[in-house]
Write a protein that binds this ligand. Structure first.
Ligand SMILES: Nc1ncnc2c1ncn2[C@@H]1O[C@H](COP(=O)(O)OP(=O)(O)OP(=O)(O)O)[C@@H](O)[C@H]1O
Ligand SMILES: [Mg+2]
Length: 260
């Protein structure tokens, strides 16, 4: 499996901050695979996402390097599709769904308006939105939260990116919709052989489909490796804690069950 990029000793410090948001991160990202970036709030996950997408705020200090295969970083919106936590803030309330999904194809692929709308409909169908032709003419407030996140994914896919970067893309959704969106992302990246970088605080969710896990805490990469080996033998005490807290929350209460 070829490498998409090599992150070497990467540190990122925001302008007004004394401490780095990311410190000395070294990590390889494989092309065409599903990598989950896992960590609690403030562990630096979104900072890594912004660094990969070239979207850090001005005056952020970055040391170390990211080497992209092919030499140049991916262009966000074209080579790199982005999906964030809150679909409402990603969508413009006064533009139709069709206009917004078509925009990426117009801007980055240079399709004409009519072709871009056809692409938009194709993408809405691909994210399994029913009656896509009608949804094209709808506005964001007319859709459910889960549908809106599907629309954002469709918009991210419209320029046919090679990488999809999803930052807490399912965290605002209820568990059933969350599972549907994860299954959808899984299918989409498999079909298109895209690289998926899936950011979440939920190790259980990520373990269900990611090929590799990278566990962050306080801006440090604690552990990275194939999902099965991280789960079978978590090298770091922190990963064990994450796994344990998940087990505590989701295991059935055996004693009580036996008593009823
Ligand atoms: N624009 C910014 N300016 C200054 N500090 C920031 C900025 N963005 C993030 N930080 C700080 O950098 C650290 C890492 O934040 P980051 O957003 O990367 O974490 P995260 O793992 O994505 O957290 P969450 O799960 O809450 O989204 C935090 O201490 C945060 O306060
Ligand atoms: Mg974040």
């Amino acid at each position: 499996m070829s490498t998409l990029c090599e992150i070497r000793d990467l540190s990122v410090t925001y302008d007004d901050q004394p401490n780095p948001a990311l410190g000395h991160v070294t990590l390889d990202i494989a092309a065409g695979r599903r990598l989950a970036i896992i960590g609690e709030s403030g562990s630096g996950k979104s900072t890594l996402a912004r660094t990969l997408a070239g979207l850090l705020p001005p005056r952020t200090r970055v040391t170390g390097e990211i080497q992209w295969t092919g030499g140049t970083p991916p262009c966000p919106g074209r080579d790199l599709g982005l999906v964030f936590q809150d679909p409402s803030s990603s969508l413009n309330p006064v533009l139709t769904i069709g206009e917004q999904v078509a925009e990426g194809a117009r801007q980055h692929v240079g399709l004409g308006w009519k072709q871009a709308l056809a692409r938009a409909q194709e993408m809405l169908e691909r994210v399994r939105i029913a009656q896509a032709d009608q949804v094209l003419r709808a506005y964001p407030h007319q859709l459910s939260g889960g549908q809106r996140q599907r629309v954002v994914i469709a918009a991210a896919l419209a320029a046919k990116p090679t990488i999809l970067l999803a930052d807490e893309a399912t965290s605002a959704l209820d568990v059933v919709v969350q599972a549907e969106i994860v299954a959808l992302l899984d299918d989409l990246v498999r079909d298109a052989q895209m690289t998926l970088i899936f950011i979440t605080h939920d190790i259980a969710l990520a373990s269900g489909f990611a090929d590799r896990l990278a566990i962050f805490k306080d801006g440090r990469l604690m552990e990275a490796g194939p999902t099965a080996s991280v789960l079978a033998a978590p090298a770091q005490g922190y990963t064990r804690t994450l796994l344990q807290s998940h087990l505590d929350l989701t295991s059935p209460p055996l004693v009580e069950e036996a008593a009823t």
